[in-house]
Ligand binder design. Structure first.
Ligand code: SOE
Length: 404
């Protein structure tokens, strides 16, 4: 229900592919289901190609399209810049937008490197006094069952946490013939499975525990080192088979990890076992998190995202067991704004909740979480995992401020 007479929040979105579509539906939907203190206006969508940007504006509901992000972030009639581009442009766009006094929502991972992420966190801190707010888009925090898990840990329902088991499993490039894309190019994406999906489970576990990872030891692998380029062109072009005269498809070199696994120690002393892979055949978007504490356990799988499993160790052994909590009650986080119990939510709702929390924080003058400092801390974990894998040794995480 729109808030009567509330001021508008004029949004510019940079990038309009998968994440752009998810963010657009969130900006459109949030004020229709939640009472927001500011009304988002989908002012302008920006992309490099004028025709594709215009088509995206039409399809996704933006008033106009543009091709020059620098001109867009300088516009006086824009309040917030939403960055949905590959990681190689996050830092430049975010720093420029914050310097221009705009609020910023930036897709995850915050950046491609730790120095970039630290620069972004410093820019956000500098812009805070002038009223600009910055947030990184770890959207899965806003899945009701995940928010409930954090609540139960904070209430002490699992006691002292000993173990965290976290996996992010996909299979979209398990086929060696799956085409090359920017996500396989280190210069564009920063890293592969580690930064793209491992970053989510790093953020989620730290968020659920209210704790930070202090030390890691990891291993990274690239199973398929080159892949056919779509249309025979694009970034990462190799001479490949075409150049050696075989006459087959041109190939792009994969410069990121296909899979990463690592052990972690949390500040509290809890042990973590993490896995991120794009080669888990049959697993499409399985974000699996299990927490074992002295008083009980929690388990979540995004492929059954409305459910949180809870084991209460205080129950009599004869009847104790994991119970499935259907996180669709009006009392569960975010759920009251939606459907009656049992009418589940989906992937897109996390993005809508992200917009709701961001807009409310902006209106209240609060720091939205995860902040750029939180994003930089996750980046420090990614950096430590890469360093550890390269040197086959435990690695301390450089930044370890608390994560909210
Ligand atoms: C691709 O692996 C991807 O779209 C990620 O980039 C998203 O962050 C994740 O939520 C779904 O998978």
């Amino acid at each position: 229900m729109p808030h009567e007479g509330s001021a508008s929040l004029r949004v510019a979105m940079i990038g309009h592919a998968f994440m752009g579509a998810a963010h657009s539906q969130a900006w459109r939907t949030a004020p229709r289901f939640f009472d927001l203190p500011l009304q988002p206006e989908l002012a302008v969508v920006c992309g490099r190609d004028p025709e594709r940007a215009a088509a995206a504006a039409e399809r996704l509901g933006w008033a106009e399209s543009a091709t020059d992000w620098r001109a867009v972030v300088a516009r006086d009639d824009i309040d917030l810049v939403d960055i949905c581009t590959p990681g190689d442009s996050h830092a430049e766009i975010a720093v420029a937008a914050l310097a221009a006094g705009k609020h910023v929502l930036c897709e995850k991972p915050l950046a491609n490197t730790l120095p970039e992420a630290e620069t972004m966190a410093a820019a956000a801190q500098a812009a805070y006094a002038g009223g600009a707010r910055a947030m990184v888009g770890f959207t899965y925090r806003r899945v009701p069952a995940i928010a409930l898990a954090r609540q139960l840990v904070a209430e002490g329902r699992v006691g002292t946490v000993r173990h965290v088991r976290a996996q992010y499993l996909q299979d979209w490039i398990a086929d060696p013939q799956a085409p090359y894309s920017w996500r396989l190019d280190k210069s564009k994406a920063g890293s592969g499975a580690l930064g793209d999906i491992g970053a989510h489970v790093i953020d989620l576990t730290q968020h659920i525990l209210g704790d930070t990872i202090t030390e890691v030891v990891g291993a990274m692998d690239t199973f398929v080192p080159e892949r056919p380029l779509p249309g025979g062109q694009g970034a990462g072009l190799l001479g490949g088979a075409a150049a050696n005269g075989a006459g087959t498809a041109e190939m792009g070199r994969v410069t990121v990890d296909d899979a990463t696994a690592f052990l972690a120690r949390f500040g509290s002393g809890a042990m973590g076992v993490f896995e991120a892979t794009r080669f888990a055949t049959g697993r499409k978007n399985a974000i699996r998190i299990e927490v074992n504490g002295s008083a009980g356990s929690l388990a979540f799988d995004f492929e059954d995202m409305n459910v949180l499993e809870f084991y209460d160790a205080a129950e009599p052994a004869e009847t104790a067991g994991f119970r499935r909590i259907l996180a669709t009650e009006p009392g569960h986080p975010y759920v009251g704004a939606w459907w009656p119990p049992g009418h589940g939510l989906g992937y897109e709702h996390g993005f809508t909740h992200q917009v709701v929390d961001l807009v409310r924080a902006i209106a209240d003058g609060d720091q939205p979480r995860p902040s750029f400092a939180d994003g930089a801390q996750v980046q420090a974990v990614l950096h430590a995992v890469e360093h550890s894998a390269a040197h086959a040794t435990w690695q301390r995480v450089a930044l370890a401020q608390p994560v909210g």
